[in-house]
Design a protein around this ligand. Structure first.
Ligand code: N85
Length: 834
């Protein structure tokens, strides 16, 4: 770690530099300098990777100036700040975003053109930063973009995983997971800050002692410590001079050798054992549902919470010393699901054990600065940790949780005297053969705000999972419907449509997405519709060209592009989608193809490596694709493809090219969805259930421009007790035929039995996802969509209306609401550069 300089060098002398130019000539200079000096390349080399890095560093230089001014402005304002704590930030690529938000797209393109380079070639050199599983992680990234664009003093805290989300390849139809060593070729967007390293404790034991003021205190002894080294990533706002910080922690070993081993001559072993420490941030857990009981995962969670809180307290104390009276008034932590919720107990520990506060004062602070966002309705996805594991790994934290729980249950007992059932239900500690810590309950008890991520989801939380807590504290509960950033998800990924929209309503929609409603009247303008359709056809051509490297898409851009991309999960019902494909194929085989709409069904997504059923579904999609695609009957009528390795940068190509967006989860199961919003913004029409944010999407766009099907969340629950899929199959000719094809092994002729699990799940009266129940209604909706698509002009009208109605789904709106209701921050404008 660099030593602090003994004599202070004047900061001005070091940092006062003339502003860097933004013109193409300045970009060319920057690229040349970095290419030769920073990267030390001396031959006119055509390796695009170095050119990408040189351009990235050129842009980063411009970000640096704005970053410093933003930090200065936040420090000088000394106002309230918020921190977004998340185990996942699914950033994707940063080059295009930096260029766009710096307002340099035009000048960079010109510079590259003058140098004989193609922007796309450099862009595609960048590895996705895949530091997340799916929606929750991508939401965090969109939120960071919106916070910077709204000039809010919000800092992100996360983990710098050495290996991000695995790369998926397909072998004989099966998913294969490959490690994603995304940092291998360097990551130009980060800045290591070793001087801000924090120390994190694990294991050991606790001891009570009497302090000088006569109080009983606790100390944590004999712990095994790990260092947390921050890496800062700049988060630029859209053309506003603000650059916020995303601070990602990397685990590093302390230099303390195990002296006993060392003296015994086991030098190498002693050094090697330090590796265990570095494992903490080695890999992202690839589960988008609960990761059951893995010790390493709990280590990661505590590592994030402790490092981030220590960082905030360090800044606080450098300013206010040990006076914490204003702490809750000036700091707010947003917990992205329960993953970082151990922060509740850790803040108590830091305040009480390390900063001498009394319990009650510390608790008052803690519960006034924590806010919790829930992202799931699936009870099995709620995090629980076994008490013995907790005790062994984090003994002091467990004591604090027990104390929080004891005081909380006292409160419950006063509120509902004599209701012992309620005490059992609401306890943070679940009783059973092995006691469990219920992290969601800890998060609720320790927060002043609890929110869901779409209207339906927030309401269902109040009625179901968190009902008791809602009855106790109704004022804590609120809704914040998710959103997506229009910079990445329209301006950057769909330049064709962006240009057309600009020509119609100007450019302001980038920061005020409600402006898109001005496109509505243009849906009735035939000339505009024609231009809209032309752009969308070009996007489809582009996707075909791009994907043909991996899969052979023989369908032309005139076909209906029917797309479902998201994590593979039973509740998301990729299975229902493929059953529909089998039905279409069955119709073709029986000569029922007179009025079939040419359709290209694209399905992509990763299955958690240990989720057998999800992996079977991928295999089924691939096997169906293989049968359908080679059959001459399908030619020009039907194609199915599984898109391997779905990720952020793939979505940037896919969503501008989709006609039909599949949002077909069992109602009441998808908390919100955000892919649904990306498709809508780019002019796709949704086929969906009344689930998550689909409901709000349909409200905005109107029922005529949305293909609705399926049971409602309420109907799902009332149907469940007498659900009889076999009877449904028997009564439905089309479903019977589909099931017969599956059962006779039509799609697995040389792989007997591999789909038995899937078949059984459809026929199971306890199938939680009730696939058979929605089959008929789904087929009808698909038929309506197919018929509608044949009238291209009418379809284009719907497409325009979908985009025009998507303004509400900007993450700027979402963040505006978080700020108004929870964070209450004042926007801060940094000094302009230059
Ligand atoms: N949830 C989501 O993406 N969850 C995860 O990625 C996740 C859960 C989890 C549990 C999505 C343990 C360990 C790692 C984990 C919801 O499904 C969407 O409906 N990772 C919602 O739109 C999205 O969060 C954003 O709110």
């Amino acid at each position: 770690m660099p030593k602090k300089p003994t004599k202070k060098t004047s900061p001005c002398a070091l940092t006062e530099l003339p502003a860097l130019g933004l013109a193409s000539k300045d970009v060319i200079n920057g690229i040349r300098q970095h290419y030769s000096y920073t990267l030390g390349r001396d031959l006119p080399c055509d390796a695009p990777h170095y050119l990408y890095t040189a351009l990235a560093l050129t842009l980063r230089d411009r970000l640096m100036e704005r970053w410093r001014n933003s930090k200065d402005a936040y420090r000088d304002a000394s106002g309230r700040r918020a921190y977004y704590l998340s185990m996942e930030f699914l950033i994707g690529r940063s080059l295009g975003n930096a260029m766009l938000n710096l307002g340099m797209t035009g000048e960079v393109s010109k510079a590259l053109y003058d140098m004989g380079l193609k922007l796309e070639d450099l862009v595609s050199e960048e590895q996705d930063a895949g530091l997340g599983n799916g929606g929750l992680g991508r939401l965090a990234a969109c939120f960071m973009d919106s916070c910077a664009t709204l000039q809010l003093p919000v800092m992100g805290y996360g983990l710098r995983y050495e290996y991000g989300m695995f790369r998926q390849s397909i072998d004989n139809g099966f998913q294969v997971e490959n490690p994603d060593h995304w940092l291998r070729n360097g990551h130009p967007w980060e800045l290591e800050r070793p001087e801000l390293t924090a120390r994190i404790r694990f294991g050991g034991r606790t001891e009570i002692f009497r302090s000088r003021d006569g109080r009983d205190r606790v100390r944590w002894l004999d712990s095994n410590d790990v260092l947390a080294v921050p890496f800062d990533v700049p988060v630029p706002g859209y053309k506003n001079g603000t650059v916020n910080t995303l601070r990602l922690w990397k685990a590093a070993a302390t230099d303390e050798f195990d002296l006993d081993e060392f003296n015994a001559g086991d030098y190498a072993e002693s050094v090697a054992s330090q590796n265990a420490a570095e494992n903490i941030t080695m890999v992202l857990y690839p589960n988008d549902a609960n990761e059951n009981g893995k010790e390493l995962r709990l280590r990661q969670q505590y590592f994030l919470a402790s490092a981030s809180l220590q960082d905030v307290l360090r800044r606080w104390k450098s300013r206010y010393g040990k006076d914490f009276t204003e702490f809750a008034a000036l700091n707010c932590f947003q917990l992205n699901d329960t993953h970082p919720s151990i922060a509740v107990a850790e803040l108590m520990r830091l305040l009480v054990d390390e900063n001498d506060l009394l319990w009650n004062d510390a608790w008052e602070i803690t519960r006034n600065c924590m806010a919790y966002t829930n992202h799931t309705l699936l009870p099995e996805a709620l995090e629980r940790w076994s008490v013995p594991l907790f005790r062994q790994l984090l003994p002091r934290l467990l004591e604090i949780i027990f104390e929080i729980n004891a005081r909380f249950l006292g409160r419950v007992a006063t509120h509902w005297p004599g209701e012992t059932e309620r005490l059992t239900r609401m306890s943070i500690i679940e009783e059973g053969p092995v006691q469990q810590v219920r992290m969601a309950y800890l998060a609720i008890v320790g927060s002043f705000s609890v929110n869901g991520v779409a209207e339906l989801h927030s309401n269902l939380l109040k009625q179901g999972l968190f009902r008791d807590f809602y009855e106790l504290w109704p004022e804590k509960f609120n809704n914040k419907t998710n959103g997506i950033t229009p910079r990445r998800w329209l301006a950057w990924c769909n330049p064709g449509l962006s240009g057309l929209i600009d020509s119609a309503i100007g450019e302001d929609w980038r920061t005020d997405l409600s402006q898109l409603s001005r496109l509505k009247p243009l849906a009735d303008d035939a000339a505009f519709r024609e231009r809209w359709q032309a752009v969308r056809l070009a996007n489809k051509e582009q996707m075909i060209a791009f994907k043909s490297e991996l899969i052979n898409l023989h369908m032309g851009p005139d076909a209906l592009f029917d797309v479902q991309v998201k994590r593979i999960h039973e509740y998301k019902r990729q299975l229902l989608n493929i059953l529909h494909v089998i039905h279409l194929y069955d119709r073709l085989k029986h000569g029922d193809s007179a009025d079939i709409t040419p359709r290209c069904v694209l399905i992509g997504g990763k299955a958690a490596p240990g989720y057998a059923m999800a992996k079977q579904i991928i295999k089924l999609i691939n096997n169906v694709a293989q049968m359908v695609n080679v059959d001459p009957l399908s030619h020009g009528r039907l194609q199915v493809a599984f898109l391997p390795n779905y990720r952020v940068s793939a979505m940037e190509i896919i969503c501008p090219a989709a006609d039909l967006s599949e949002q077909i989860s069992t109602a009441g199961k998808e908390a919100s969805g955000t892919g649904n919003m990306k498709f809508m913004l780019n002019g796709a029409v949704t086929i969906g259930t009344l689930d998550g944010a689909n409901i709000e999407i349909r409200e905005e766009v109107g029922e005529d421009n949305f293909f609705l099907f399926g049971l409602t969340a309420e109907e799902v629950e009332t149907t469940r007790p007498h659900y009889n899929p076999e009877a449904i199959i028997a009564a439905d000719e089309d479903l019977s035929r589909v099931m017969r094809l599956l059962e006779c092994g039509y799609f697995n002729q040389f792989e007997p039995g591999i789909f038995d699990g899937i078949i059984a799940s459809i026929k199971n009266p306890h199938d939680p996802w009730m696939t058979a129940a929605d089959f008929r209604s789904y087929l009808d909706a698909q038929h309506r969509a197919a018929v509608a698509f044949r009238d291209q002009d009418a379809w284009t009208r719907m497409s325009i209306l979908n985009c025009a109605a998507s303004g509400r789904f900007s993450s700027d709106r979402t963040i505006g609401e978080y700020n108004q209701d929870i964070w209450r921050l004042t926007p801060i404008v940094p000094k302009a550069v230059g």
